[in-house]
Ligand binder design. Structure first.
Ligand SMILES: [Zn+2]
Ligand SMILES: [Zn+2]
Length: 428
């Protein structure tokens, strides 16, 4: 087995003292922290050549890092080795009688598969094995190995920046509707709980004003929610906005394709006093009226997707603008209702300088959903999706539009081309 050192985890008791050593004395650069809510841990990565150091702080008394500090004191916590094939690595360790913490790989950050080896096997050091998603056999799961990811495109006078609020997992069967698992699983490798990795990629449009379309899941949800939906937000919207040179204060308009939690969760945030308030303090939030009505009157079928804290506080704060029909929201940016996924789900056409781009949201959530019948089981009106999707695909081909795939784990945007009569995505 070939293994490469990925990072070394160090449990830290006194973070300020650690900063004064690693940053001030050694002169290394500490990246913005990443909270792993399910583990009650805050991780600070320090790039060091091909590998990194990871400073680990406990964020709660019941954090495993707190337990480690109480028992062993600060210091080396784990090492992480990257392997090409984690299943083969686990099988080999089992054959050699090595004690394992995880007998099956689980989904880790950035869509990677991870498994821990017991310190008893590795002579006192906790070892984490990691298979980056880029080496998984499924192209749809190929999450970029880089920890962060933004992509910039220019479209006439507009700048488009694909940002990222991290990844999450939904049941693969529900994501592909009537398509049998034997057909979708090779395109989107499911984890042990049958979940497939999906990205959340809002889009920034910079023109006369600065707009964000959708805003990911946000940070208000519980550890239980994070576990159910396999939230991986070690890099989230704050990080990718910063990488794009922006902050929440720069956003003038927030445009919703619809109000499901993986699109609208990031519209609001909880402040220090516990009150939920708009996350983009200067922005007006634009929502389709029909979608607003449905989201504020949920039923047993759609209730799990509509969480009122994501949007009701916008109305309370007086920053909500409801639109009734297809129209231009800012110069070059026009919404168009598609229906299908929800009755009033809308996509966004962006045009400038004779060029076009399409933000298709949950009409075509990933590149795997391009074929007509590959429609999510979540869609409330699948026959409407079946009617709308081929028309949008046709238009995107004719206009040579740059198409953004909000949930695709590896392709932020691409061009749709016809090959042998079948549409195919050529990543941009
Ligand atoms: Zn949705
Ligand atoms: Zn969605």
């Amino acid at each position: 087995m070939k293994a490469v050192l990925d990072h070394v985890g160090i449990a830290v008791q006194d973070f300020d003292a650690a900063v004064s050593f690693y940053r001030d004395a050694l002169g290394l650069e500490i990246e913005p922290p990443e909270d792993v809510a399910s583990q009650r841990v805050r991780a600070h990565f320090i790039p060091a050549g091909g590998a990194s150091l990871e400073l680990l702080e406990a964020t709660a008394e019941d954090s495993p890092i707190r337990a480690f500090l109480n028992k062993r004191g600060p210091g080396l916590h784990h090492i992480t080795l990257r392997v090409d094939d984690i299943h083969a690595a686990i099988a080999q360790l089992k054959r050699r009688g090595a004690k394992l913490v995880d007998e099956q790989p689980r989904l880790g950050a950035e869509g990677a598969l991870v498994a821990f080896v017991h310190p008893a096997a590795s002579r006192g050091v906790l070892v984490e094995l990691k298979q980056s998603a880029t080496t998984a056999d499924s192209p749809a799961l190929a999450v970029p190995a880089r920890r962060s990811e933004i992509a910039r495109y220019s479209l006439g006078d507009l700048e488009l920046i694909s940002v990222n609020d991290g990844f999450f997992g939904l049941d693969g069967g529900a994501m592909f509707g009537i398509v049998p698992r034997s057909l979708w699983a090779p395109k989107a490798l499911p984890d042990a709980r049958n979940r497939i990795t999906l990205a959340m990629r809002p889009l920034i449009v910079r023109g006369t004003r600065t707009m964000i379309i959708d805003a990911g899941v946000g940070d208000k949800e519980s550890a239980k929610f994070s576990d159910i939906y396999a939230l991986q937000r070690s890099r989230h919207l704050d990080h990718t906005l910063a990488e794009a040179g922006l902050s929440a204060e720069d956003i003038d308009i927030v445009l919703a394709t619809h109000l499901h939690f993986d699109h609208a969760g990031g519209f609001t945030t909880r402040d220090a006093s516990g009150k939920v308030r708009p996350r983009f303090p200067r922005a007006q939030y634009v929502v389709r009226r029909g979608e607003w009505e449905d989201a504020t009157h949920p039923n047993a079928r759609n209730r799990a997707s509509y969480l009122s804290d994501n949007y009701v506080p916008l109305a309370d704060a007086g920053v909500l603008q409801l639109v009734d029909e297809d129209r231009t929201i800012m110069p070059g940016v026009r919404v168009r209702r598609t229906g299908g996924h929800t009755m009033h789900h809308q996509m966004v056409w962006i045009e400038s300088g004779g060029k076009a781009a399409a933000f298709v949201a949950d009409l075509i959530p990933t590149t795997a959903h391009l074929p007509d019948a590959w429609i999510m089981g979540y869609d409330l009106y699948p026959l409407d999706t079946l009617a709308a999707k081929p028309l949008v695909v046709k238009e995107a081909i004719e206009r040579e539009a740059l198409v953004f795939f909000e949930h695709d784990p590896s392709v932020a945007a691409g061009y749709i081309r016809k090959e042998d009569g079948k549409p195919r995505v050529v990543p941009a």
